[in-house]
Design a protein around this ligand. Structure first.
Ligand SMILES: [Zn+2]
Length: 403
């Protein structure tokens, strides 16, 4: 922790879009504090021993730049936002070997009534990203069966359109799946097989989980269903919009069992800028308007906090929210790296999960074990009762539980 600059590259294959094991991708957007060219000048410069060795007197919030608080080599950008910046990397000072995954913007296209052109999306992705996710039409829980099917068919057609029109050889294209139930997943998988050669895609991604964020049981079920269909192709997988601390050990355990590279993205660290929400252990501290503490010092020694005074988090300008987001991001990455290291000794890993995570997470670890031993149908049958108890908290989502 005393290194001048924390560099999270130990588990990455440098510059290679195909990544080893489990990689977390922070979802970012132009307009965020991180991309706003903010410079932070620490007020307590002489008093901090850490600073005396630092060659920098001011720090950027952009984790891809040389003079940032720390370096992390990944980012996901939605084409919906990125497409407004043709030469995206140059504009935001992002080096060529920094890995950008380009989401298609399908979600924003639908929710914000935009009119994105799928060829323009593909060209932007090819120019700026190592990996592109195909242009999908996310299905929602309250869509009718007819609409769901139409969206799935369009998602498949768009994916093959991108495959046929792709020009850049080393650009990787992941086909996006949409579907919350066994049947819906089977429908889209069958559509992919009927429409063309599914093995030509470089990877597969599962989307549409943002509306059910926080429902750990349901997300685990959906991920296993997706995996059950695509694991035969032995290609890298991406899980969209995953947030929640409880899911992290499950994702790491899944990857370990599956032995296929998995990436997943989340923008939840951005709660720092939106709500001044500061991740601390298993709690959330709030600064600014919703302050829920009387702290005089920041209870954190991360590369961001060790250069900040508590007043830096209280000020009204956007910089303070950006600093909190960057702290949150560090905590998320650190937690994932810790769990990944622990998972190299499976007994120690399981023991740690037992002691530090709720019973539900441990039950889901058993569910994953059951899946890998006896298959999806038997695992779903055996855990039906336990999974439903946890799932039915939100009655509006009952339709999604028809497994
Ligand atoms: Zn911190």
């Amino acid at each position: 922790m005393n290194k001048e600059k924390i560099n999270f590259t130990s588990s990455c294959a440098p510059g290679v879009p195909y990544m080893k094991n489990m990689i977390f991708i922070p979802a970012n957007m132009p307009g965020s504090q991180m991309m706003s060219n903010i410079n932070f000048i620490p007020a307590n410069l002489p008093g901090v021993p850490y600073m005396n060795n630092s060659k920098h007197k001011q720090f950027k919030l952009s984790w891809w730049e040389e003079n940032s608080f720390y370096y992390y080599p990944y980012m996901l950008i939605s084409a919906f936002y990125g497409i407004q910046h043709k030469d995206f990397r140059k504009k935001f000072n992002i080096s060529d070997d920094f890995i950008i995954i380009g989401d298609s913007g399908g979600f924003q296209n639908m929710t914000q009534n935009a009119n994105l052109n799928k060829l323009n999306v593909l060209r932007w992705q090819e120019e700026n990203c190592q990996i592109g996710l195909t242009f999908d039409e996310p299905i929602l829980g309250n869509d009718s069966e007819k609409i769901k099917l139409k969206k799935q068919i369009n998602t498949v057609k768009n994916a093959y359109y991108a495959l046929d029109n792709k020009k850049k050889k080393d650009f990787k294209l992941y086909a996006v799946f949409q579907g919350h139930s066994l049947d819906e997943q089977k429908t889209i998988h069958d559509a992919y097989k009927e429409e063309g050669d599914i093995t030509k895609f470089d990877g597969f991604a599962i989307g549409g989980m943002v509306p059910i964020a926080g429902n750990t049981c349901l997300i685990t079920k959906i991920l296993l269903t997706f995996i059950d269909n695509v694991k035969q192709y032995k290609k890298p997988l991406h899980f969209f919009g995953i947030s929640g601390n409880k899911l992290l050990p499950l994702l790491i355990y899944l990857q370990l069992k599956l032995n296929i590279p998995i990436t997943f993205d989340s923008s939840s660290f951005g709660g720092g800028a939106i709500r001044r929400e500061f991740l601390f252990e298993n709690n959330k501290l709030f600064f600014g308007r919703n302050k829920n503490h009387n702290l005089k010092e920041i209870p954190c020694n991360c590369p961001v906090c060790k250069l900040c005074l508590i007043d830096d988090f209280e000020s009204k300008d956007s910089k303070s929210g950006g600093l909190i987001s960057l702290h949150n991001l560090y905590k998320i990455i650190y937690n994932i790296e810790k769990l990944k290291s622990l998972s190299t000794d499976i007994n120690l890993f399981k023991d740690y999960i037992k002691k530090n995570y709720p019973e539900k997470v441990n039950m889901l670890i058993d569910y994953i074990d059951e899946y890998f031993e006896n298959g999806l149908l038997l695992a779903n049958e055996k855990f039906k009762f336990k999974l439903k108890i946890n799932d039915t908290k939100k009655s509006t989502q009952n339709k999604l539980f028809d497994f």
